[in-house]
Design a protein around this ligand. Structure first.
Ligand code: BG6
Length: 485
C-alpha cells in the first residue's frame, strides 16, 4: 500500500459567512448570505417567487454572529495548530474588502483582518488555502446588478481578486476561485446571487452566469500567476459519484448525462480551458443554444490560457440515477438528493454515506483531467452530546472520517496525485443548507445553539485527539483504540 506523500496537506476547512460573524463590524458591507434566514425553511424561503433579499425581522439570521471567529481567530487557529494542521482552508468575505462590491478602494480594516489571519496561520507553519468566493457576494451586487448573470460582475470580481492576490500573494500559495461552482445547477441563489425575481429559474441565465464566473476565475488565475508564478489556483466543484440504478442501458445513459450536466460541465471549462463537446446538446435540453449566450472570442481565449492548476472538490455523498420509474425512496442531500441507495447508510440528515464513492471520484476525476486533486470538503454533520464531564465522544464522526481517509489512501495507491484533505468543518459552525448550529461537523465544539444562544466557548471533541494522531503519523495511524482523550 502506498503511503500519503510527505508534503500532504492535512487540515480543515471553513467559510467566512458561516463562521466569522461580525457582519457589520469594521466597515464590512452586507453580503447575500446576511439576507438568507436560518432554519430548515431557509432554502424554500430563498427559492420563493416573493423573496427579495430584504432582511425580515420575523426570521433569525445566525450567520450575523456565526461563531464569532472574527474575535476568536487566534484561539481557533491555535487549536488547529495543536492538531498539527498543515493547511487551513477559509474564505475571504468579498464585502469585508469591498462593502458594496463596486468601490475602487478597498476597506483597509478588512484587509488588515485577513492579513492577521494569514500571519497567525503562518506563525504555526499552516498554509492558508483561500477561497475567493464561498457562497457569497456583496448584497448590493445581487440587488442592483442582478447577480452573476450581469457581465459587469466580471470586472468587479477581477478588481477584488487582483486586490487580495496582490496584497497576500507573497504569503499565500494556494487559492480557490468559486466554491462548489456547479451547485448553481440546483441552487443559483447562493453561488450566483440570483433569485426568482432576477431570473434564477431561467436556465439560460444560470449558464450565462457560469460563463461570467469562468472568465472571472480565469482573471484570478492570471493575476496570481503574474504576481508569483509559484501560486497555484484551483477551481472547486461539488462532486457526487453517480451510479446508474441498474444495468438497464437507459439508466446507464441517465448517469452519463447527469455527470455531464452536474459533475463535469464547469470543471471541463475551468480545467481544460474550453467548452466540452456535449455543451450544445445540454443547452438544447434546456431550451436555448450556445448562440444565445454572450461569449466573446477574447473571453474564450482567456479561458484557454488561464485554466486552473489543480482541481479541488467537496465530497459528502454519492447519488443514484434512474429513468425507469421503479424507485420509490428518495434520499436527501446538500444540493443533490435523488434515489436512495440500498447498499448505503445515511447521516441523521439523510445524506448517503459512501467512502468507496470517494475513491471512485478520485480515480475518475484524475483519469479525466490529469491534474492534481485536492479534497477540500468532506465530513459528517451530526448532533453532538456534551457529557457531564464536558467530553464529547463523537465516534460516529471518527468512523466516517476514517473510512474516507482509507478511501483516499486507496486512490493514492491507484496512482492518483492527491494534494491534501481539509475536512469540513474543522470547527462547528452554522450549516449552509439549513442554517442550524446543531448540525455539527467540527473537531472543536462551540457552545452555541440554533437560536444563537451560548457562551461561544470552544472545547475539544474526541475526534480532535484522533485527527491529531492521524496527522502526526501522516495517515498511517487511523486506529480508534487508545485515543489520548
Ligand atoms: C458544502 C458547502 O456544500 O457543504 C459548505 O460548501 C457547507 O458551505 C457544507 O456547509 C455542508 O453542508 P451543510 O448544509 O450541512 O452545512
Amino acid at each position: 500500500m502506498m503511503t500519503f506523500p510527505k508534503d500532504f496537506l492535512w487540515g480543515g476547512a471553513t467559510a467566512a459567512n458561516q463562521l466569522e460573524g461580525a457582519y457589520n463590524v469594521d466597515g464590512r458591507g452586507l453580503s447575500i448570505d446576511d439576507a438568507i434566514p436560518g432554519g430548515k425553511e431557509r432554502m424554500s424561503i430563498v427559492q420563493s417567487p416573493k423573496f427579495d433579499w430584504k432582511i425580515n425581522p420575523k426570521y433569525t439570521y445566525p450567520n450575523h454572529k456565526g461563531i464569532d471567529h472574527y474575535h476568536h481567530y487566534k484561539e481557533d487557529i491555535a487549536l488547529f495548530a495543536e492538531m498539527g494542521f498543515k493547511a487551513y482552508r477559509f474564505s475571504i468575505s468579498w464585502s469585508r474588502i469591498f462593502p458594496q462590491g463596486d468601490e475602487v478602494l478597498p476597506n483597509e480594516k478588512g484587509i488588515a483582518f485577513y492579513n492577521d489571519v494569514i500571519d497567525e496561520c503562518l506563525k504555526y507553519g499552516i498554509q492558508p488555502v483561500i477561497t475567493l468566493s464561498h457562497y457569497e457576494l456583496p448584497l448590493h451586487l445581487a440587488k442592483q446588478y442582478g447577480g452573476w448573470k450581469n457581465k459587469q460582475l466580471i470586472k468587479l470580481f477581477k478588481h477584488y481578486a487582483e486586490t487580495v492576490i496582490n496584497r497576500f500573494g507573497n504569503k499565500v500559495k494556494y487559492w480557490l476561485t468559486f466554491n462548489e461552482i456547479n451547485s448553481a445547477a440546483s441552487f443559483p441563489f447562493m453561488s450566483q446571487g440570483m433569485i426568482a425575481k432576477t431570473g434564477a429559474n431561467n436556465k439560460k441565465n444560470v449558464f450565462q452566469a457560469w460563463h461570467n464566473q469562468f472568465v472571472a476565475s480565469a482573471y484570478a488565475v492570471k493575476a496570481a500567476h503574474n504576481m508569483n508564478p509559484k501560486i497555484q489556483v484551483g477551481n472547486m466543484i461539488i462532486y457526487a459519484t453517480t451510479y446508474a440504478y441498474d444495468s438497464n442501458p437507459i439508466n446507464q445513459l441517465a448517469a452519463v448525462k447527469f455527470n455531464q450536466d452536474f459533475n463535469y460541465y464547469c470543471a471541463d471549462v475551468q480545467v481544460r480551458g474550453k467548452y466540452p463537446s456535449y455543451s450544445e446538446s445540454l443547452y438544447r435540453h434546456y431550451g436555448f443554444t450556445g448562440a444565445d449566450l454572450d461569449r466573446t472570442q477574447e473571453e474564450l481565449s482567456l479561458l484557454k490560457q488561464y485554466h486552473v492548476d489543480f482541481l479541488s472538490f467537496s465530497y459528502y455523498m454519492s447519488g443514484v440515477k434512474e429513468v425507469t420509474g421503479k424507485v420509490d425512496e428518495k434520499a436527501s442531500g446538500n444540493m443533490l438528493g435523488g434515489t436512495k441507495n440500498p447498499f448505503l447508510k445515511e447521516s441523521e440528515w439523510g445524506w448517503q454515506i459512501d467512502p468507496t464513492g470517494l475513491r471512485i471520484a478520485l480515480d475518475e476525476l484524475y483519469d479525466r483531467y490529469q491534474v492534481p486533486l485536492f479534497i477540500v470538503e468532506n465530513g459528517l454533520g451530526a448532533k453532538d452530546n456534551v457529557n457531564s464531564d464536558g467530553k464529547i465522544n463523537d465516534d460516529y464522526r471518527i468512523n466516517y472520517l476514517k473510512s474516507h481517509i482509507q478511501a483516499i489512501q486507496g486512490a493514492i495507491n491507484d496512482g492518483v496525485p492527491v494534494m491534501g484533505y481539509t475536512p469540513w468543518s474543522c470547527i462547528d459552525l452554522v450549516s449552509a443548507s439549513t442554517g442550524e448550529m446543531s448540525k455539527r461537523y467540527g473537531f472543536i465544539y462551540v457552545d452555541m445553539d440554533d437560536e444563537g444562544h451560548g457562551t461561544f466557548a470552544r472545547s475539544k471533541k474526541k475526534s480532535f485527539a484522533w485527527y491529531k494522531q492521524v496527522i502526526s503519523s501522516n495517515g498511517l495511524n487511523l486506529s480508534t483504540e487508545n485515543i489520548d482523550y
